[in-house]
Design a protein around this ligand. Structure first.
Ligand code: SF4
Length: 464
């Protein structure tokens, strides 16, 4: 998500911000802008560059506030209705809503509104926010947003826009990042700090967990919407393991440096005799550097990445992911042939991709392949905004480490420990580790899977 309040022409800034956040979602993009009176929106499926065409740029130009979103589906399918920001007209004007995260009580709230006669247009969990905002129970604007946020459970960072203000909010446990920046006199909001830097904005601070920040003609003001103080925060540690861009500062830490530290710790915890360390690019680059530094084994480019293939992890279906994986990486036989190779990556999900890569290294002449993973085994699904498969489909969810090693065809396999995962942080208890430990900070009962809302809504939505 990316939003700007108070610049003369926000659309090009939002475009550049979203472009920097493309790694967070590749299925659709949208930009909504306002001049204080009229709201314009452009949305489409595909990449930001597919949506923000010359025609869109001219349609959106000269507006002083706006928000944008790139879509990665963790609920709802890949179709245009689900692309955000969602824009609706209520009794007191137009609202635009962009969401990052996953609402575990969206199904229950949706059913409640449907029984009262509400009509839903999308199959995303995010749409429930629109209905809460439109609910006549909550009249005045800041209260309306705060009261709406109080009804939600799960992980959420939101950008909400009206014709004359931009609001930013984070759930009380702080699952997902959301930062505030300043560009001259304009206020900027971004899911990651790399997007602030891209437009030359200065990082000011993060939106605090449970905080609602409003940027309007009176400046920047803040309120806390959470009625209860949570026992501990639950920042998503997977943002630092993999999801965030390495040049972003997330939850106060630079993602690249955290990954280098993971690689160094991994070399201590899971040592191996080998001739060369290679990364699975780009996700394993930083950890491989750390592993090489600590182990003294030289780092080299055993895989080359084709940059015209997007991020395969966030592709919406398994077929696309596998085709993308095959196209994305190729081995360099001159680097690995006749060598004992340590391959460093950030995670093993189903095991199919890892098996193909190991087999490619052997075909390229590697004599041994040792796999090192810079986090503990991913054994549980995420209900808060990362599209992992079910426990049964996660290879580490149903198999021991040695069985996973056999499945992927490695000579050895070693994971980072849970202690190692939390070692870079001053307050380890403020992180969610549920996909590794099964300790869910918010009860996920009712969250369902990615297709849960479609399934609940049967044939009508499947027909679209
Ligand atoms: S379960 Fe894993 S991916 Fe999901 S929020 Fe927690 S740490 Fe992040």
């Amino acid at each position: 998500m990316f939003g700007v309040y108070g610049a003369p022409d926000v659309a090009p800034l939002i475009y550049r911000g979203l472009f920097s956040l493309q790694h967070r979602g590749q299925e659709g993009a949208g930009i909504v802008v306002s001049d204080g009176q009229f709201i314009q929106s452009v949305k489409g499926q595909g990449l930001v560059s597919d949506v923000y065409t010359e025609q869109a740029a001219s349609l959106l130009s000269g507006r002083s506030l706006g928000i944008g979103h790139v879509r990665y589906s963790t609920t709802g399918s890949t179709r245009i209705q689900n692309v955000q920001p969602l824009v609706v007209e209520c009794v007191d004007g137009i609202w635009a809503v962009a969401h990052n995260g996953n609402l575990v009580n969206a199904g229950e709230l949706r059913r409640m509104y449907q029984e009262a006669g509400a009509i839903f247009q999308t199959s995303t969990d995010s749409e429930i926010m629109v209905h809460l905002l439109a609910d006549p129970m909550y009249r005045s604007r800041p209260h309306r947003v705060a009261r709406a946020l109080q009804q939600l459970k799960g992980s959420f960072s939101f950008l909400v826009m009206t014709r004359d203000c931009v609001m930013a909010a984070r759930d009380p446990l702080g699952f997902k990042p959301l930062s505030i920046g300043k560009l001259g006199t304009a206020w900027v909001f971004a899911s990651e700090t790399c997007a602030l830097r891209q437009i030359g904005a200065e990082y000011v601070r993060d939106v605090d967990p449970g905080e609602l920040v409003v940027a309007d003609s009176a400046g920047l003001h803040s309120t806390f919407f959470s009625e209860t103080v949570p026992p501990a925060l639950s920042h998503c540690v997977f943002e630092l393991v993999y999801f965030a861009r390495p040049d972003s500062v997330v939850f106060g830490k630079n993602a690249h440096l955290v990954r280098v530290a993971y690689g160094m710790r991994l070399a201590e915890e899971q040592p191996v005799e080998a001739d060369v360390v290679v990364a699975i690019p780009d996700s394993g680059n930083s950890a491989a550097l750390g592993f090489a530094r600590r182990s003294g084994i030289p780092l080299d480019y055993g895989f080359i990445r084709n940059h015209y293939v997007g991020r395969t992890f966030i592709m919406p279906d398994a077929g696309a992911r596998e085709r993308g994986t095959d196209l994305k990486l190729s081995t360099v036989p001159e680097v690995v042939s006749g060598k004992r190779v340590v391959v460093v990556d950030d995670s093993i999900v189903r095991g199919t991709t890892a098996r193909r890569r190991i087999s490619a290294l052997r075909e390229a002449g590697a004599t041994e392949v040792h796999v090192r993973i810079s986090c503990p085994p991913t054994a549980f699904p995420c209900h808060y905004g990362i599209d992992f498969p079910t426990r049964e489909e996660l290879v580490a969810g149903v198999k021991s480490v040695d069985d996973v090693r056999r499945v992927i065809g490695a000579d050895s396999l070693g994971y980072l420990s849970e202690d190692g995962l939390l070692m870079p942080f001053e307050r380890p208890s403020s992180f969610c580790t549920a996909c590794f430990t099964g300790r869910y900070p918010v009860d996920p009962a009712g969250a369902g899977g990615k297709k849960a809302l479609e399934a609940r809504n049967g044939e009508l939505l499947l027909d679209l």
